[in-house]
Design a protein around this ligand. Structure first.
Ligand code: F6R
Length: 374
């Protein structure tokens, strides 16, 4: 049942190319660049009129939501707010006219997320869902759903469901952009073409970094703490890298926006602290390049204090390897699609470290796959 893999988690990590492909299947046209999401059931007028999208989710799905904010705001110019589902209804949220709600949930049964959805409904906010389980509770109460076709996820730590959520959010962002008239046809076609290359690129990452992650695990499995840094859309991926490591290896880890280090956490850095820095870039995107350059200075701040940097970088970036102890490469892609690629080495790093520490990776202590209590 584990398809020859030692753990469900490893099997599911390796299923990501298929999960991502199935999540875009039939939803994008490679001829026109058009995105089709008929199951959302809100009309184009409602998307055009929308003034705000509020996303509520928990855990890994909340990280996907944070990344989705960057995609939707950049492509569709629609303001996005992201809430922890467990906090949403306790902060007396204010509904804006023409606001739309979005719940992101692998299981569709998370009690906190159901509670957030009910709060939205009671405020008159129509809700949509991104969910991996057809017919799950949250989809039954939602106006419309984008199903992530990742297939059943058995490992408690979410892997393929997360990258499928990122994929669904990217298609949603492009769909909203098309409905709202903020995406030029040419740009749409370019992005859809790039999206179609992501499964192949994930395959490439799976092949190229697995051994390196296993080797890194040898050097770092005894670390007491880990830091994960990223800027912009890469920051939520840093959070996800830290969560994966915490939940399956029981090593304390924190994700931080790289630029915030000098405002406090730099004090933590010494020669015993591994710091994973997401330092990818899309060289054709000036905003991405600027962010990358700032990230390089953040790396120098860490190495100057003897922190041990593991960089996640874009293929062909040899400069960065001169600055840091270890580099894991991912193929180049547009900025908003890079998160899918950079997630994979972080999953494998957490996996190999947990295995070396003798942890039960599929069933971490104190955790359940579906959290049905608030
Ligand atoms: C972590 C993980 C959890 C879930 C969270 C929400 O690996 O799996 O953080 O993401 O409990 O679950 P869903 O997405 O089912 O609502």
């Amino acid at each position: 049942e584990k398809g020859g893999y030692k753990h469900f988690m490893l099997k599911e990590i390796n299923e990501q190319p298929r999960a991502i492909r199935d999540t875009t299947l039939g939803r994008v046209s490679l001829d026109s660049g058009q995105v089709f999401l008929p199951d959302l059931k809100l009309g184009p007028e409602e998307f055009r009129r929308a003034t705000q999208l509020t996303i509520a989710a928990c855990g890994t799905s909340w990280h996907a939501a944070l990344a989705g904010k960057f995609m939707i705001e950049r492509l569709a110019r629609l303001p996005v707010e992201v809430d922890y589902a467990s906090e949403y209804r306790y902060r007396s949220p204010i509904a804006s006219p023409n606001e739309i709600g979005l719940l992101i949930t692998q299981s569709g049964e998370t009690a906190d997320t159901i509670a957030a959805q009910r709060e939205m409904t009671s405020l008159g906010i129509p809700t949509l869902a991104i969910c991996n389980v057809v017919g799950a509770a949250i989809t039954r109460e939602a106006h419309g759903t984008i199903t992530t076709n990742a297939g059943p996820e058995i490992g408690v730590a979410s892997t393929k469901a997360f990258t499928a959520q990122l994929t669904a959010l990217f298609t949603l962002a492009l769909y909203l952009a098309q409905q709202r008239g903020t995406a030029a046809a040419e740009h749409s076609l370019h992005l859809v073409t790039e999206l179609s290359k992501i499964p192949g690129k994930v395959e490439e990452v799976l092949r190229s970094v697995d051994d390196a992650c296993a080797n890194l695990a040898k050097s770092f499995s005894n670390a007491r703490d880990f830091l994960f840094l990223g800027r912009g859309i890469h920051y939520p991926i840093a959070l996800e890298g830290a969560l994966k490591l915490k939940e399956i290896s029981y090593i304390h880890a924190e994700g931080y926006p790289a630029g915030e280090m000098k405002h406090g956490p730099n004090a933590l850095i010494d020669e015993s602290l591994p710091v994973v820095v997401i330092a990818t870039q899309d060289p054709t995107d000036p905003q991405s390049v600027l962010k990358y350059e700032k990230t390089l200075s953040n790396i120098q701040e860490v190495t100057a204090r003897s922190g041990r940097v593991i960089a996640i970088a874009t293929e062909g970036d040899h400069e960065i390897s001169k600055l840091v102890e270890h580099t894991l490469h991912v193929p180049a892609a547009p900025e908003l699609l890079l998160p899918i690629l950079e997630t994979v080495p972080l999953q494998l790093l957490a996996y190999h470290i947990a295995v070396r520490r003798g942890c039960d990776v599929d069933q971490p202590r104190n955790l359940a796959k579906s959290v049905t209590v608030e």
